[in-house]
Design a binder for this molecule. Structure first.
Ligand code: IMP
Ligand code: MG
Length: 185
């Protein structure tokens, strides 16, 4: 085992959202979505890779017939200008025209990723398009972008776990933790 694997705990500052609190909130969101999308057979689109844990818990909490699809994007939005662009590394497999689409993200930070992805999907004429994000950092918003469904609003700190990574690490944590600034600066 390498040093990194043995010492991962020392990079975490605190647990921000426990496994139980995430589970309870995901169940609430699932109930709300099940009611809002009842009879609509929505196309639930996860954004790779950060949303996969949330997506898999959320669709089971919804418990209604639906379809899933995945997109993978890279964002150049970190320097936070409204002209931020995204590149689609993997497009949807499904045709969204006429479908009720629910875009599922791990976190809305600057807002660039979701805003651009929503613009792109809207051009394909879905019957409806809504966004569900596990987390949001409103203090960091650079473009107008608010989710229709939100798990938790969090402070401006870098978090990992429950799908969210730092350099591809920590996605597997069952809770959301704040990463110590010295671990990434
Ligand atoms: P945005 O385009 O600035 O809204 O950022 C969206 C992406 O940045 C997310 O999908 C995450 O991959 C990443 N991101 C932003 N903040 C965090 C964080 O605190 N932890 C882990 N990833 C983050
Ligand atoms: Mg990421």
């Amino acid at each position: 085992m390498g040093v990194e694997a043995a010492d991962w705990r020392t990079d975490l500052q605190s647990v921000l959202l426990t496994e139980d609190s995430i589970k309870a909130r995901v169940e609430e969101l699932g109930r709300q979505l099940a009611s809002d999308y009842s009879g609509q057979h929505p196309l639930v689109v996860g954004v790779l890779k950060g949303s996969v844990i949330f997506l898999s818990d959320l669709i089971r909490a919804m418990g209604i017939p639906l379809e899933i699809d995945l997109v993978c994007v890279t964002s150049y939005g970190q320097c936070a200008t409204s002209s931020g662009k995204i590149t689609l590394l993997k497009d949807l497999s499904a045709d969204v025209k006429g479908r009720h689409v629910l875009l599922v993200e791990d976190i809305i930070d600057s807002g660039v990723t979701v805003a651009r992805l929503a613009d792109l999907l809207r051009k394909r004429e879905p019957a409806s398009l809504r966004v569900c994000s596990l987390l949001s950092k409103p203090a960091r918003r650079a473009v107008a972008c608010e989710p229709d469904y939100l798990g938790f609003e969090i402070p401006d700190e870098f978090v990992v776990g429950y799908g969210l990574d730092y350099a591809e690490r920590y996605r597997w944590l069952p809770y959301v933790a704040v990463l110590k600034p010295e671990a990434y600066i």
